[in-house]
Design a protein. Structure first.
Length: 381
């Protein structure tokens, strides 16, 4: 906690610089002001008219990765240069700092050392003491990262809702004639095979495969659109994986992939979920992992407990080529796919299922290999 507070701005008019006299807070109002500056979630930086830093609170230091002792009473511009902001962003910041217009703002992305990328909004407000003629600027920093993520989530939910409305109105109308077409094609194909028309029979097989793709896509539409009757109950995650393990191993055998199961558990974890929907999620994720390893590899399923967050974490990892950053950013968007015959609905469905049982899914990938982490809530004691 800060133990000093600003009493007054003072300056040297000859050199046009400003500094702060400080004192130990005495009155309750002064103590309140100290606590407000110390604990406010907004970053606050005060610079004089020569852009020297005369005050910076803890929030601003954390957002920018600056230490108060190293920046106080020094050039703010030099500090920004040392941070390594992109030149375009840095030039824009310096431009608005030298401007005297009202309502100056700048949005930029910044990643402090050993941190994650944050979206920051900088607002600049001038101040001036008419009696002494002292002036400077107050820089207010706001972390907009969570707000932007929430906005993106809302936009994605709206897209899913729109897809659901379209699917609900058309899926059955598409599936019914498809069933009839498929049936007649099978009859025609059988007749052609009997008559020795092998080439024409091959055309029928192609059509049947494409009808199968359309039917699969319609089914995924329906999964997104129709309300599911979720049967949330206490589920044994180990048993869920054990039930689908033969399917996973058979598929892995076809692709020359080894399967390893790891359990970092002290007790058998019971989670609040729908067991059948969990099977669907795990089968989809393991299928994706195996498809990523075209030349064989290792599929690892790891179960561990996060007691602090009251969760079970099921990690599915592969030794494939990894997912590029630009692809990873769009991977949960409906219809986004890098597969030749993919629909782009598998992962959105998985995430929707997990959201409905208060779970979550995270994907981490680098130059090689991908880790998918499924977080499930432990059964309440």
């Amino acid at each position: 906690m800060m133990n000093m507070n600003t009493k007054a701005l003072a300056g040297n008019r000859e050199h046009k610089s400003v500094h702060l006299y400080t004192f130990y807070p005495v009155t309750p109002y002064e103590r309140l002001a100290v606590q407000l500056i110390s604990h406010i979630h907004l970053g606050v930086i005060i610079v004089d008219d020569r852009l020297n830093v005369v005050e910076i609170n803890q929030a601003a230091g954390n957002m920018l990765g600056l230490e108060k002792s190293k920046i106080l009473y020094r050039s703010f511009q030099e500090a920004i240069i040392q941070l390594g902001l992109p030149k375009k962003c840095r030039d824009r910041l310096f431009s608005i700092l030298h401007s005297r217009e009202e309502g100056r703002e700048l949005e930029f992305d910044w990643c402090p050392e050993a941190g994650r990328v944050r979206s920051l909004l900088l607002r600049i407000h001038p101040f001036e003491d008419s009696e002494s003629g002292l002036k400077g600027q107050i820089l207010m920093l706001e972390d907009k990262t969570e707000t932007l993520l929430l906005k993106q989530q809302v936009q994605q939910n709206n897209r899913l809702a729109t897809i659901g409305q379209i699917a609900a109105g058309t899926a059955h109308e598409i599936r019914n004639p498809l069933t009839a077409i498929k049936g007649f094609l099978q009859v025609i194909g059988h007749r052609m095979k009997e008559n020795g028309q092998q080439k024409e029979h091959g055309y029928i097989d192609v059509m049947l495969r494409e009808i199968g793709r359309i039917s699969s896509l319609v089914g995924e539409f329906l999964m997104l659109s129709k309300p599911r009757h979720i049967k949330v109950q206490s589920v044994n995650v180990v048993k869920v994986l054990k039930d689908i393990l033969p399917i996973i191993k058979n598929e892995a055998l076809l692709h020359n992939i080894d399967v390893v199961i790891k359990q970092q558990l002290t007790t058998i974890p019971m989670v609040e979920a729908d067991g059948e929907l969990l099977k669907q999620v795990f089968l989809n994720l393991t299928k994706n992992a195996m498809e990523a390893m075209k030349d064989g590899g290792l599929l690892t399923l790891c179960l561990k407990t996060d007691e602090k967050r009251r969760q079970v974490v099921v990690e599915i990892s592969d030794t494939g080529p990894g997912i590029p950053k630009q692809v990873l950013e769009k991977i949960f968007e409906p219809f986004f796919t890098t597969k030749e015959n993919g629909t782009g609905l598998g992962l959105p469905i998985c995430r929707q299922i997990l959201c409905e049982i208060d779970g979550e899914i995270r994907i981490k990938s680098g130059d090689k290999g991908t880790r998918v982490l499924v977080h499930l809530p432990l059964t309440k004691a």
